[in-house]
Design a binder for this molecule. Structure first.
Ligand code: ZN
Length: 1123
């Protein structure tokens, strides 16, 4: 299978490359909260203390090293400013090696080590989800009318003193794409719902409605006139219409990365602020397939006080119902106090449709869904139809409904009851509004005029409900302060969801993995574009002259990309659970936005690196810079563009969008193997030339890979040049070809030599950190040796197949229903194994019929050199009902414990349970999965969301693609058969300590002078992540940028509990403090204020807002103006 084909850049277009390393290597958080945790806290603390002491001794020394490095960086910049960019005569040997020197120990402040060392104790009335899982038997007995629950009884006089308060909340669940595309749903359904809403709510001021998806709302808003807009504003002011959550979509909480979760929330909230002036108070998430505490935290940080969730494992719901813990404060695992608490309501029953929301008996509740009145298009599957409410039947109807309300109320702690009234795309037609609202109003009027019923019923919004709930418990209306704790505290997450039987929704953690990867490609490019764009605007302002830079056009491209990325976070989009053509619609949006944000990156980088600013021009048809890869279509893998190298120097710009100074391998495709690479000072940089392969053993003759180690300042752009010529510091790679453990002869690749290893020993590739043993027969990893202490570990990579069950219900887009444990992948033909050895990287490429694995080791200090890069190109298009997994077996004694991240933001401990079916032990892996024993941790970092498990001690497993021939009866109505050739990228990290993330650009020239750009004088602290620097839209017409940007920071939880070897990071920790202006080189902070996550609320001004200070794990937003 071909990894890629190439095409060449024509003419003299200026050339540009961006390479992102896509791994979010979160600093690992080790929770020892669970009483069954294996880590011995005291022992661990002792070891930690020793390490801290050792570190402190080294701190002074290291600060000096860092200061020296900074000085030299500053000197370098000064030199460049003097115009001595490529001084003549300095083309000779550079000063020193290109592998970065000085394995400097990371200077960490001891206080910054406390986060991971803490014991997390739960509150007195606390519920930890891991404990709940230990407790539950998952036996699924028949519960009667409430099938998954139990009989509920009550006494008639229970409400005599305090009447039952019922809030019926009308809602319409509008998926921004699922069975139809976003635009088709809008045209056929959503616009009618919203149009009717304006009319029907105005008819009676007692009517209410909630809306949550701003993607739809804003599209509708754009097409309505001022009169209608005013009517909507009046409905909002009067409280009849409430915007719940107010994100761009109702996001998937398993596969979405927190960058994108934040971005779609900011996009929705910023739209609301500009157009309606409303600030959502309550979250509403009835359909995401399992719930993450990350989303709870983000809502809380955005200033919301309450939230509602629905799709939770039926056994958990039943347990919480029996304990009356369906309403709780959701608290983050790592939270030391209660600052992350948000009041959460978990819906108790099977679904959010009307049959499952009025009470425990769906046969009864369905009779109160008046859209199902006889003669309509839908009916009740329980075969008892609704009756229109009349004087004749009202008494009986009220008694019947009230019985359900009362029973439901018994599952909660207060007399306030929530009864949602809606379903997917409800309230499209005027008649449906009349059916529901008129019949319910009759029921309410009757209830409220009969005091002996002790009930007060009304339409309400979701915040009306929470307001009454808070009032009934003596809580204040928005805060989390409770005099008497009426609700318990819950910590942990709500994966993996099952709605019935053994139907676990773990399939969608992997479904359509090609697009899960594409999502992250857009995400990383969008982030880079946002940061570069904001820096460029500030830089232009500082420059003080008008410029040709397309600020407004670029802002529009960014806005569109934010919205397309936001749309894809929808729970049927990134989840991979839409119809085939809907998937194509999403893919096309992502694809176009990738092209567009690359334009923003290129035009911004052009300005920033240009020495002679007046020479800046913007010509979209002939961009100054070009990127190094091109994706030919929405469903194809990107191809490398080929850089034509001749006698004239060709410039290459490396862009580092991370907040850390980075050393990183850059690989570009060039037209000649005789090439030299020079850095900004004209020093020759060591480089490796490798072949480009048309297939497993045939090299291209006219294109070559050129790799070199680039250094880039934090958020900076560095400049390299390539030119033709023989150069001893550019070395060619050597090759060996094997099949079935034996040498095979291939036509000798021109320019490259071959080698052969005679003995039967495994193939070894190594760098200063690691030595890998790879099977000669399979080409797959078998052992890893850590050079720091010469310890060797079994780390065996295999592939495996899952089939689907022979039962009636089979695996589909949502569900994973395997037939049995996976069987090892063993193709009848032994694979061709190609071994590459070179000075900068070595790799083993193994070509199986369904997978090409590329396992690469960089000969580089720092983060990239400490992990093994694994890229699996998977193609299962010819299979029937099969899923393919990568399995990594180690000798780590991890028992039944492992860890997965949630949304790339935090780490959640997991426990594999024999009492659960295999598919229940799979969890979402957004950025990593790891396992560990007392001495070692093995992490698999991923560049795309996939499903992962640890089914045996020491073993990790990741599902890479799934091809399923049937629907799994969750409404999609099709299987998953649109598989693509998919590249899954990972890094495998074996450690006694770790960290980071990264990227670059490159370019060619005839050529104007380019100077490196470094906006920061030093790296951010090691634990501080710049989530985004996102330009804010101007309030004026035209959709351009304002002068302000949202600076979003995340202080990671830091774990010092690993041996401290060189991470290659030139950063320290600072107890969560940054002085922004001191970090900036040229730009000044004009204004800065602390605001809520999505900028809706301004927090009381800090004494000195320049001094930014974050607690571990905190995410904070600042409204920032640079000049
Ligand atoms: Zn939905």
């Amino acid at each position: 299978m071909k990894l890629s084909r190439q095409f060449t850049v024509l003419g003299s277009a200026i050339f540009c490359v961006v390479i992102f390393s896509l791994y979010l290597m979160l600093d690992h958080i080790d929770y020892s909260k669970n009483p069954n945790g294996e880590r011995n806290q005291n022992g661990q603390l002792g070891i930690l203390q020793d390490k801290i002491d050792h570190l402190e001794r080294l701190l002074a020394e290291n600060n000096e090293i860092i200061a020296n490095i900074r000085d030299s960086v500053i000197n370098l910049r000064e030199t460049v400013k003097d115009g001595k960019m490529f001084p003549e005569g300095s083309m000779s040997q550079g000063n020193g090696e290109l592998l970065p020197p000085a394995p400097a120990l990371l200077p960490i402040h001891s206080e910054d080590c406390q986060f991971a060392a803490r014991t997390y104790s739960k509150a007195a009335d606390g519920v930890q989800m891991l404990d709940v899982y230990d407790l539950l038997s998952f036996d699924n007995p028949d519960g009667g009318v409430w099938k998954q629950g139990f009989d509920i009884s009550y006494q008639d006089n229970e409400w005599d003193n305090e009447p039952l308060q019922v809030f019926v909340v009308p809602h319409s669940h509008n998926d921004p794409g699922w069975l139809k595309t976003f635009d088709d749903y809008y045209r056929d359904q959503t616009q009618h719902i919203l149009n009717n809403m304006v009319v029907k709510l105005h008819e009676d001021s007692r009517r209410k409605m909630i809306w949550s998806e701003i993607s739809y709302f804003s599209k509708w808003w754009d097409g309505i006139d001022e009169q209608k807009r005013d009517a909507v504003k009046r409905l909002i002011e009067s409280g009849q219409l409430e915007v719940a959550t107010g994100g761009w979509v109702m996001p998937d909480e398993a596969n979405a990365h927190y960058f994108a979760l934040i971005d779609q929330l900011v996009e929705g909230h910023q739209w609301l602020e500009r157009n309606l002036g409303v600030k959502p108070k309550t979250g509403w998430a009835v359909d995401p397939f399992g719930h993450s505490p990350t989303q709870a935290y983000l809502l809380r940080q955005a200033g919301l006080s309450n939230m509602l969730i629905q799709r939770v494992h039926y056994s958990v719901k039943k347990h919480f119902a029996s304990q009356k813990t369906l309403e709780f404060f959701w608290r983050q695992n790592w939270d030391q106090d209660s600052s992350s608490d948000i009041l959460c309501h978990m819906m108790p029953f099977y679904s959010y449709d009307v049959p499952h929301t009025c009470g425990p008996d769906p046969k009864i509740c369905c009779q109160f869904d008046f859209k199902r009145l006889p003669g309509g298009r839908i009916s009740c599957p329980w075969r008892i139809p609704p009756q229109a409410i009349t004087d004749n039947n009202i008494q009986e109807r009220v008694q019947t409904l009230l019985d359900q309300y009362r029973k439901k109320s018994k599952l909660f702690r207060t007399n306030v009851l929530l009864a949602p009234l809606g379903d997917d795309f409800r309230y499209t037609e005027a008649v449906e509004w009349d059916q529901q609202f008129e019949n319910y109003q009759k029921l309410f009027d009757y209830m409220n005029s009969h005091p002996e019923l002790h009930v007060q019923a009304q339409f309400g919004t979701i915040s009306d409900y929470f307001e009454a709930l808070r009032k009934s418990t003596g809580m204040d209306p928005v805060g989390m302060n409770v005099g008497q704790l009426a609700f318990p505290v819950l910590s942990g997450d709500l994966f993996t969801y099952a709605d019935r039987d053994d139907h676990y929704w773990s399939g969608y953690f992997t479904s359509r993995p090609f697009y899960k990867r594409l999502d992250r490609v857009l995400e990383s490019h969008l982030r880079a574009a946002e940061v570069l764009y904001s820096l460029t605007l500030a830089n232009i302002q500082k420059y003080g002259q008008p410029s040709d830079y397309p600020a407004v056009d670029n802002y529009k491209l960014l806005t569109e990309a934010r919205r397309n990325l936001g749309l894809f976070q929808h729970h049927d989009a990134i989840a991979g659970t839409g119809k085939d053509w809907v998937v194509v619609d999403y893919g096309t949006r992502l694809y176009h936005s990738i092209l567009n944000v690359k334009r923003v990156i290129v035009s911004s980088a052009h300005w920033l690196v240009l020495k002679d600013k007046p020479a800046y021009y913007h010509d979209p048809s002939n961009p100054f810079l070009q990127m190094d890869d091109v994706q030919p279509s929405q469903d194809a893998l990107p191809r490398k563009t080929i850089l034509e190298v001749g006698e004239k120097p060709r410039l290459l710009v490396a862009c580092n969008p991370t907040e850390q100074a980075r050393t990183s391998m850059v690989t570009v495709y060039v037209t000649t193997p005789k090439v030299r690479v020079l850095d900004a000072l004209g020093h020759v940089v060591r480089a490796q030339v490798s072949a480009v392969w048309n297939d497993a053993s045939h090299a291209a003759t006219d294109v070559f890979q050129l790799s070199f180690v680039a250094q880039a300042a934090p958020l900076g752009l560095s400049v390299y040049q390539l030119m033709e010529g023989m150069e001893p510091r550019t070395e060619a790679a050597k090759y060996m070809f094997l099949q079935d453990g034996m040498k095979i002869s291939v036509s000798k690749p021109e320019h490259f030599s071959q080698f052969y290893q005679q003995d039967a020993a495994p193939v070894h590739i190594e760098n200063p950190h690691l030595k890998l043993s790879i099977s000669k027969a399979t080409g797959l990893l078998e052992k890893m040796r850590l050079k720091e202490d010469d310890s060797e570990f079994l780390v065996k990579v295999e592939f495996a197949w899952y089939g689907t069950t022979s039962n009636k219900d089979k695996s589909g887009a949502y569900l994973f229903l395997p037939d049995k444990e996976a069987t090892i992948y063993s193709p009848s033909q032994p694979p061709v194994v190609r071994v590459t050895k070179g000075p900068l990287f070595s790799e083993v490429t193994t070509t199986f019929p369904h997978i090409t694995q590329n396992l690469r080791l960089y000969n580089i200090h720092g983060v990239e050199g400490q992990s093994v890069e694994i890229c699996n190109t998977v193609d299962i298009r010819g299979e029937i009902n099969r899923e393919i997994a990568m399995r990594i077996t180690s000798d780590l004694n991890s028992k039944d414990r492992f860890f997965t991240d949630l949304n790339g933001y935090q780490v959640q401990p997991r426990k594999t349970m024999a009492k659960l079916p295999l598919q229940a032990n799979f969890y979402p892996m957004t950025s990593m999965v790891y396992l560990q024993d007392s001495g070692t941790r093995l992490s698999l970092l991923t560049a795309q969301s996939l499903g992962a498990a640890s089914l045996k001690s020491g073993q990790l497993e990741v599902i890479m693609d799934r091809r399923l021939n049937q629907d799994d009866n969750r409404g999609l109505g099709q299987g998953v058969l649109d598989n693509k050739i998919t590249a899954n990228s990972f890094r495998l990290l074996l450690e006694k300590r770790s960290s980071a993330e990264e990227a670059h650009i490159s370019q060619r020239s005839d050529a104007p002078s380019l100077i490196p750009y470094s906006p920061l004088s030093a790296s951010f602290p090691c634990d501080m992540h710049l989530v985004n620097l996102r330009a804010i839209q101007s309030k004026e017409e035209g959709g351009g940028p304002s002068e302000q940007a949202a600076l979003i920071l995340h202080r990671k939880g830091f774990d010092c509990g690993f041996s401290n070897r060189n991470t290659g990071l030139l950063c320290t920790t600072t107890r969560g403090k940054i002085h922004l202006e001191k970090l900036l080189t040229d730009l000044k902070v004009k204004s800065i204020s602390h605001v809520s996550l999505s900028l809706m609320h301004t927090h009381s001004s800090d004494a000195n807002p320049q001094e930014i200070s974050l607690k571990p794990m905190e995410i904070r937003t600042y409204r920032l103006q640079l000049s």
